[in-house]
Design a protein around this ligand. Structure first.
Ligand code: DOR
Ligand code: ZN
Length: 351
């Protein structure tokens, strides 16, 4: 086997993940814990995770389902609301496994109705976070009706993010699942306390993939896929070895019937092939040597976490993604359902 058909990297982490809850955890947790050392777990449950106590309880439910001999460490987040008590930030900062706060503009996406209605309403909370070094994770889209859906990320940067960064010079900020050239350039222009995560679906697809020849509901996510010049910019950012950009899958499963309907919900379930597809993406761009920094180093460094010690090996060995997974008894369609994926975990008994 030639070197190009095999790649060994430090165990990666997923810095943006939706695991959902209850019986879904039986499928979602092993899909991630089979290969990732840590994951930043999103708090947009129903009801959302708004206290450290809720986050720790959720974490225990997650740990019940991890792959038996894995050292998977779910890192929890709190859902920011207008009324979050700043005392929660203090108790979070004393808790190793609750590490960040997630800002959803109210109504921006799945289960975000009780998100922030106006940034000014959370200044006192953000101030505490800046003081205690707690990172703010952003769903970076405005929600005003008159703003075109394809412009919502750019307008968010101009009207919310840039002023926020200026107001809190010590605040650590991660613009999550970035989708535009504007985000790439903005993050590049900032100091090292501003970073961005990039999903595999925003690297592999643009809006033509979702819309030409019929709507593909399983590619519908938020922020929505953009035109190809934006995809090209994201690709450049991911491959470029800049530590401000790192892996966050935003794997976000929804029932098949809630995607294939007249008003389908947003989310791509990518966990079952996440690291395999990132490997494929880096290999296809002749950049496998850049995978490890992006997947295993830069996120840990940004969060101030130790890099993982274990290694994983991926090999070029095509396999076919199943048409669907069962989350409990709910059929759920994964990314690239039924399609061939070129890379797989070596000696993995999962799948
Ligand atoms: O596509 C998305 N799905 N984007 C989000 O921001 C939320 C996520 C979900 O929870 O389904
Ligand atoms: Zn998300």
């Amino acid at each position: 086997m030639t070197a190009a058909e095999l790649v060994t990297i430090t165990k990666p982490d997923d810095w943006h993940l939706h695991l959902r809850d209850e019986i879904a955890l039986k499928t979602t947790v092993p899909a991630t814990s089979r290969v990732f050392g840590r994951a930043i777990v999103m708090p947009n449950l129903k009801p959302p995770v708004t206290s450290v106590k809720m986050a720790l309880n959720y974490r225990s439910r997650i740990l019940e389902h991890k792959t038996p001999d894995s050292s998977f460490n779910p890192l929890m987040t709190l859902f920011l609301t207008d009324n979050l008590d700043p005392k929660e930030i203090v108790s979070l900062s004393n808790e190793e496994s609750v590490v960040a706060v997630k800002y959803y503009p109210a109504g921006a996406t799945t289960n975000s109705d009780t998100g922030v209605t106006n940034i000014k309403n959370v200044y006192r909370i953000i101030e505490k976070m800046a003081e205690l070094g707690v990172p703010l994770l952003l769903h970076g889209e405005v929600t005003e009706n008159h703003i075109d859906i394809f412009d919502r990320e750019k307008v968010f940067i101009e009207t919310i993010l840039a002023p926020l960064i200026e107001r809190y010079p010590d605040l650590k900020v991660i613009l999550e699942h970035i989708t535009t050239k504007d985000s790439v350039e903005f993050i590049e222009s900032q100091s090292s306390r501003v970073a961005g995560t990039i999903t595999i679906h925003h690297l592999l697809y643009n809006r033509n993939d979702m819309l030409v020849g019929g709507i593909k509901p399983h590619l519908y996510c938020l922020p929505v896929l953009k035109r190809n010049i934006h995809q090209t910019s994201l690709i450049r950012a991911a491959l470029g070895g800049n530590p401000k950009f790192f892996l966050g899958t935003d794997s976000a499963p929804h029932a098949r019937l809630e995607k294939e309907t007249s008003c389908g919900c947003a989310g791509v379930f990518s966990a079952p092939a996440a690291i395999e597809l990132y490997a494929q993406f880096f290999a296809d761009h002749n950049s496998l040597s850049k995978l490890e920094g992006f997947a295993s180093f830069f996120g840990a460094d940004f969060y101030g976490q130790p890099r993982n010690k274990e290694k994983i090996t991926l090999e070029f060995k095509p396999w076919r993604m199943p048409q669907q997974y069962q989350l409990g008894d709910v059929p759920t369609v994964p990314i690239m359902a039924g399609e061939a994926i070129n890379w797989q975990l070596k000696d993995s008994s999962e799948k």
